[in-house]
Structure formats: structure tokens, C-alpha cells
Design a protein around this ligand. Sequence first.
Ligand code: AMP
Ligand code: MG
Length: 318
Amino acid sequence: MTPINPPKSLDQLTAQEIERKANIGKIVTYTLGNLTSTYVNEGFQWLLPVVLSQSTDPLWPDPNASIETRIEVDIYGKPVRTMSSMIVHKLIAASTVYPKLFILSPNVRIEKSERGKTGKHIYEFTQLDFEIQNATSKDVFLLVETALCTLIKALKKDMKEALSAIGRFDALPTLEGPFKIFDREDLEAKYGETWEADVASEITQPAWITNLPREFYDFEDFSTGKWDNYDLIMPQFGEVLSGSKREYDYAKVIKKMEQHGVRKENYSLIIQMAKEGRLKPTAGAGIGIERIVGYITGVRHIAECQPFPRVPGIVHEL
Ligand code: AMP
Ligand code: MG
């Protein structure tokens, strides 16, 4: 594979590159409008994000995590972290005031510099992060399938000019649900460690992967050792979404935090709510906006979809 040139900052673009960037920008705008409309029409409440908090996603243990620096500062005499994901906020919000919610949530993850070359990692990105009280994984699958099939159909109808200008109109397949579901254990047995890339290169429609061992808040069936969680893989691209049915049982939450060596003092609220039976069963997921737009546009690096590229290892003035 030829190396991927990192996307340039706006001031460095040629006239031709400006035109391309503008077309990608139109597709981003359309995608945000279409996806948020679907969620609002399905009865979700749209919450505004927070960026600094005592509690954020531990991103551990997740075999895909690769964080170089965790940003922690003191404000008003208390330590806060930049948001790696609003998972804790989502679980508490969905258990109390907002049973169906979504957030366009800016996430800061200072990925290792070598990830600058994957074309799939940036150090600031946005998730369409959503959570639903009393939902199952199946409910989430159906919702996401509807949202993505609707989006691609609408893009091919309304954004033909922009998609054609960047050479992606014909190559972008129309999607049709339900998407196939694979168990990670079966894929590992078949392909070994490279299962994700192998599956992505073989499929022609998106596919769900279930049963992925990772953070404490994803649901694990202790009797079978299976995880009721999922990733969505796009053809010729890879992961664009991760999600799960959630843990809400106090004993299980504590046991997993201890097993994973997670600092319980950062999660005292969620622990307290679980103890009091106030943490409700929920399910949800986060869709990486730059990933889904990266898939739609077929860019070499998803940072091309950002006005101000956040490539691991490269810090521009803007
Ligand atoms: P996670 O729960 O950690 O898998 O994050 C949820 C989603 O956010 C992923 O499925 C990706 O679509 C997106 N995402 C995670 N990390 C990055 C990153 N470094 N750059 C771009 N998108 C990311
Ligand atoms: Mg993931």
C-alpha cells in the first residue's frame, strides 16, 4: 500500500483541493442533518455535550485502545479529564430524565502517533452517541439499520452532484437491512487476529460483530462468558460503531471494575446508583461521525472530512 499523505490544513489547499474539501463538507452537513432528523423523529432527546468531567470512559480494557496521553487538569480545586466518551453521562441520563437520548459528543483521545497512518484514527472526533432505556441489542440493530439505509438512500438522491464530483457516487452501495451478524469467536477461529480487516474486505453490506470482551459497562453473561455487545463494520472500511446492552447490576459492575483494575473513585456516582437500584437497563452505541463520513466519501484519511484535521502525531496551528 502506498503511504497515506496526511490531510493538509485549510491554508495549504490548492484550488482543486478546496473544491474537493467543499464537496466533502456538503456531504458532512447533509449527513449530520439526516442522521439527527432520524433520531429526533424516532422520539430521541438531543442533549448538548460536556467536555470536562471527573468521570469519563476508561477505554480499558479494550483491545482497540491505544492512548498516548490522558489529559487531566485541576479546575476549581478538582481534577477533571477531557472527554474520551460520554458513556457514564449517557447511562445516568438514560436512567433518569432522558430515556431515549443522543448527543453529538466531541471526544479527545490522544492516539499513539503511529495511528496517524491508519487513515481511520484522529485525536479529536465526534460520536453520535445514543442510549435507550429498556432496549435490547436487537432494538439498537434495527434503529441503526434504519438510520443508515435511510441516510445512504437520501444521499444518493440529494447529494448526487457532490458525490460524483469526488468520484464516489457509483462506488457507494445502497444499503439493505437486516445486516448479517457474526460472533467474534467464530471469526477469530476462521481468520485469526486479523479478523476485522478480513471481514471488512469480504463483505458487500455492513455486518454486526457481537461478543467482544471489553469495558465494565458492556453486558457480560457470567454464566456463558459471552458479551451482549457489538461493533458495526462497513464493507472495505472497518468499524464505524461500537455499542452494547449495559451492565446495571451493582455486584457485576463492582466485580468487573475490580477485575479490570479501573479506579472506582472516578465512578462513584454510577456505583452509587447501581447500589440503590437506580441504574436502569439500557442499550446504546456511538457512531463515529468522521468514520461514517469517511466511509461515505471514500477518503484515504478520515481527517480529510475534518475542517481542521486531527491526525495523530501532527499538530497544526488551527
Ligand atoms: P469506541 O466505543 O471506543 O469504539 O468508540 C466509538 C466509535 O467512535 C468507534 O466505533 C469509531 O467509529 C469512533 N472512534 C473511536 N476512536 C476513534 C478515533 N481515534 N478516531 C476516529 N473515530 C474514532
Ligand atoms: Mg470500538
